[in-house]
Design a protein around this ligand. Structure first.
Ligand SMILES: *Cc1c(COP(=O)(O)O)cnc(C)c1O
Length: 383
């Protein structure tokens, strides 16, 4: 455990987000909580605990390791869906525990069927189809043989879902590309229906698509970033506000990351701070040294960019982020001493550091910065 900082997860903030999302999507639609990347850095065990307490009973992960972590919390009281990597050796465990999984290559489909046969139990599969992202998903010319396998082995394969993923729904710049993906998905669905093979559910939407292209919501939405209280991009936030004619952000940040001042010191005008020469003091300065660096997940890209809160005031990171430490400018703030609270993400007095204003880059960075936060920092659930 690294106890020089702590992550707090707010249950009440999460409840508000889920209430908002449930209202937006309606009761009949399944909301799958996407918790890949260690629940976007929040920590799977603690985050899934909160989500379960708030009534969420469907989780999507990237791989089997994450599925096991979710399973350890929810036991068999929630559905778990693996969207990405599955090793052949894990198929039996998956099927035994009724874990659902994406299938985007024939080998996985036939292996799943074999494992299911051996266990005398159905494998619950979601067929992912390629619609234009060009990552994973069956190509059109493979569908015929997929259909024949699903039909032939229907005793062992339960065709639960048909799904796809969009290439950049968070930006209107990709409007045409996403629209043509939606169309292609619909065509594939029609084709399967004609072949008398109907999936139980259809799903395609991530957070951005669910807002920008409401018709993508279908039977289930796979919601990651918004449940953590962040928008996929400014564009999506603005689109939401315009669609509802409201001005208030309905989302609440769940995570806070806090540490304390390790040391305070003076720097003379003309001196450099930290490694190298990326920051030179243009005046006599006072800095606080904070025991957080890229080893804890405070990205090096925040060198000379990041901000933290001390005594309710915003302080700039000066110099490069090193492995275990950063320095921040406290020249204008009186009486800062060792052990005073430092907020890396979260609120202090009236101010707040959202993840994006870690720096002035795009919101896309939210995803990356969050998932970098070290697993070894203790997580605490608060109200
Ligand atoms: C990550 C992911 C999501 C969730 O994306 P958000 O933008 O965080 O809502 C949905 N579907 C798939 C396939 C994903 O990989």
């Amino acid at each position: 455990m690294q106890t020089n900082s702590i992550i707090e997860l707010s249950r009440s903030a999460y409840q508000k987000n889920i209430d908002f999302l449930n209202q937006l999507f309606g009761k009949k639609r399944i909301l799958s909580s996407v918790v890949k990347g260690n629940a976007y850095g929040h920590g799977i065990p603690e985050f899934v605990t909160i989500a379960s307490e708030c009534g969420v009973n469907h989780f999507s992960v990237f791989d089997v390791e994450e599925a096991r972590q979710v399973q350890a919390v929810v036991q068999n009281k929630a559905t778990i869906l693996i969207m990405g990597f599955v090793h052949e050796d894990d198929l039996e465990w998956i099927i035994e525990h009724d874990i659902e999984f994406f299938v985007f290559d024939k080998k996985r489909l036939t292996n799943a069927s074999k494992a299911a046969k051996k266990l005398k139990k159905k494998a619950i599969v979601h067929i992912e189809v390629e619609t234009g992202m060009n990552r994973t998903g069956f190509e059109k010319n493979e569908l015929k043989s997929v259909i024949s396998i699903l039909k032939k082995d229907k005793e062992y394969l339960s065709f639960k879902g048909l799904c796809t993923h969009y290439a950049g729904a968070e930006s209107i710049a990709n409007y045409y590309r996403v629209e043509s993906q939606i169309k292609r998905f619909e065509e594939i669905y029609q084709y399967l229906c004609k072949e008398e093979l109907k999936p139980e559910i259809l799903h395609s939407a991530c957070s951005a698509a669910s807002i920008m292209f409401p018709k993508t919501r279908m039977n289930l939405v796979r919601i990651g970033i918004m449940q953590y209280g962040l928008w996929p991009s400014q564009e999506v936030f603005v689109a939401y506000l315009n669609s509802k004619k409201v001005k208030i952000d309905p989302l609440h940040r769940v995570i806070a990351w806090k540490t304390a001042v390790m040391d305070v010191k003076k720097v003379k005008m003309g001196d450099f701070i930290g490694y190298g020469t990326s920051f030179m003091a243009k005046k006599n300065m006072k800095i606080a040294v904070i025991p957080i660096g890229y080893a804890h997940g405070y990205s090096r890209s925040l060198s000379n960019h990041g901000r933290v809160l001390i005594h309710g005031q915003r302080c700039m990171v000066v110099g490069v982020v090193t492995m275990n430490m950063i320095a921040v400018d406290i020249t204008e703030i009186e009486n800062i001493k060792k052990d005073d609270e430092v907020v890396l993400i979260g609120n202090q007095k009236e101010l707040s550091i959202s993840i994006a204003s870690f720096s002035d880059y795009s919101n896309q960075l939210n995803y990356e910065l969050l998932t970098r936060i070290s697993k070894r920092i203790p997580r605490k659930i608060i109200d």
